[in-house]
Design a binder for this molecule. Structure first.
Ligand SMILES: [Zn+2]
Length: 121
């Protein structure tokens, strides 16, 4: 059981972003694509308290939109490509980006919850 010592929020969030335990930075926090492990295999920190709900999904959506939307302006400023081609490329890119970003943002949220002792951490 952890004491009342100060937890560094930035370090915990960075560790979560790397999908590592916010406490020790070594153990993995996810057992599948998005399933949170019950505890850290390295330090034993309980992780089942994590309850990030829809937060990571909203932030992922905003991040993907912030990357994708300006690209439409660039693409159509350079030339006039076939709209079907643009739609297919952008949908593929948006899906790929979301799949890469979502688990990392979830880890970041878990790190924040751990550092702030939220959700029973
Ligand atoms: Zn750990």
């Amino acid at each position: 059981m952890q004491g009342d010592e100060e937890r560094d929020t930035r370090t915990a969030m960075f560790r979560g972003l790397r999908l590592r335990c916010p406490s020790c930075g070594r153990g993995k926090i996810l057992s599948g694509y998005l399933k949170v492990k019950d505890s850290c295999a390295c330090c034993g920190q309980e992780l089942h308290h994590a309850s990030v709900d829809d937060g990571p999904a909203y932030f992922t959506l905003m991040a993907v939109a912030a990357i994708i939307f300006p690209m439409f302006g660039v693409i159509y400023a350079v030339g006039e490509p076939d709209p079907l081609w643009v739609a297919l490329v952008m949908m593929t890119l948006a899906t790929g980006l979301a799949l890469v970003i979502l688990p990392r943002v979830k880890g970041l949220f878990i790190g924040l919850q751990w550092a702030k002792r939220l959700s029973g951490f």
